[in-house]
Design a protein around this ligand. Structure first.
Ligand code: NDP
Length: 314
């Protein structure tokens, strides 16, 4: 039986692996469909401490992987499709878990750290995929600085869209929020800040019908008015999607406590409601969603898993 299985190879899962491996737990890390997590979708990471010149997201993930491997972490490709809790035959007080991989293979483990992350919602347009990373992005904190003096559009009407727009005014010459309704769902205070900012304009009742570009980068977006269906081209250099994220928890439904938005519920010590299962990273964090906070929670989850295992052995 494994001591610890970590689900997810984003920065939260990898930090948990480094800590657990250094504690001699020889963790097994399972990698899902987005190997390396959201950092592999970004270019330069300029706000991770220790890299004054910045570091490429995929490079940071690769370095963390090497660091985890150096202390004995094992990696395996495979999507966890189900977790089951089983009572131990030998010790009534202890239980263990069975991890189902890709709907078939099963592995037993004493503890689990769930670090399956969250994925940004995309519009679902083919042109959006074509210009992904070439003007279309889902992260202003990651990519805003590349749009110094440029004109950008932010899609969405929630707090993220407000926050990203305000952040982007530090770099862009003009920020336009495109929203499909005629009012925002964002909190009033965030809306007030947006309306007060002279660099931010709003285009109401408009959906993105297509991302337009010259083959290399974004040059405009085609907007459809939701009231009149009229199509217009809106010139811009960048498109920031802020239409929400979804946590990767579908395999956990009816097994573990999730909140109303299906994020994994964890306490300040990264414990879930099931003893022996811990949470780390964006799968349990709707608010900060930063590489450094995900990494910190991975460290905490691993330290708590180690303590739990030591207590079980006593
Ligand atoms: P939300 O789900 O709150 O908002 C998503 C927005 O995107 C909505 O305005 C929605 O439109 C729009 N949208 C969704 N799908 C599409 C689509 N296909 N095309 C066009 N528009 C679309 O997500 P957020 O990420 O903004 O916020 C998530 C949570 O995090 C919220 O609880 C928020 O309060 C919180 N948060 C808090 C912050 C803070 O306090 N500083 C900062 C950021 C987030 P519609 O309104 O029409 O449904």
């Amino acid at each position: 039986m494994e001591s610890l299985i970590i689900l997810g190879t984003g920065i939260a899962g990898l930090t948990a692996a480094i800590y657990a491996a250094r504690a001699n737990l020889t963790p097994l890390v399972l990698s899902g469909p987005e190997d390396g997590g959201q950092l592999t979708l970004t270019t330069d990471v300029e706000n991770f401490p220790g890299f004054p010149e910045g570091v490429k997201g995929p490079e940071l993930i690769n370095l963390c992987k090497q660091q985890a491997e150096r202390f004995g972490t094992r990696f395996q490709l495979g999507l966890c499709t189900k977790i089951e809790k089983k009572e131990s035959q030998h010790n009534q007080k202890n239980h263990y878990f069975v991890i189902e991989i890709d709907g078939e293979k099963k592995i037993e483990t004493k503890t689990v750290i769930i670090a399956t992350g969250a994925s940004a919602r995309w519009l679902g347009l083919p042109s959006e995929q074509k210009y992904k990373g070439r003007g279309v992005t889902t992260c202003a904190t990651c990519d805003g600085a590349f749009f110094k003096g440029k004109e950008v559009a932010v899609i969405g009407g929630g707090d993220s869209a407000m926050e990203e727009s305000l952040f982007l005014t530090k770099f862009a010459s003009k920020v336009t929020i495109i929203h499909r309704k005629e009012e925002f769902r964002a909190s009033k205070i965030m809306q007030e800040r947006v309306f007060k900012n002279e660099k931010i304009k709003v285009v109401w009742n408009s959906e993105v019908a297509e991302i337009l570009g010259d083959g290399k980068k974004v040059t405009a977006i085609k907007l459809k008015n939701t009231a009149t269906n009229q199509l217009t081209d809106f010139r811009c250099d960048g498109v920031f999607l802020a239409i929400g994220h979804f946590p990767n928890t579908s395999f956990l439904k009816d097994f573990i406590d999730l909140d109303e938005k299906e994020y994994l519920k964890a306490d300040k010590m990264m414990h879930t409601n099931i003893n022996g299962i811990f949470a780390a990273g964006d799968v349990q964090d709707i608010r900060f969603r930063q590489a450094i906070t995900a990494s910190g929670s991975g460290c905490m989850a691993a330290m708590e898993a180690e303590k739990y295992l030591a207590h079980q052995e006593e």
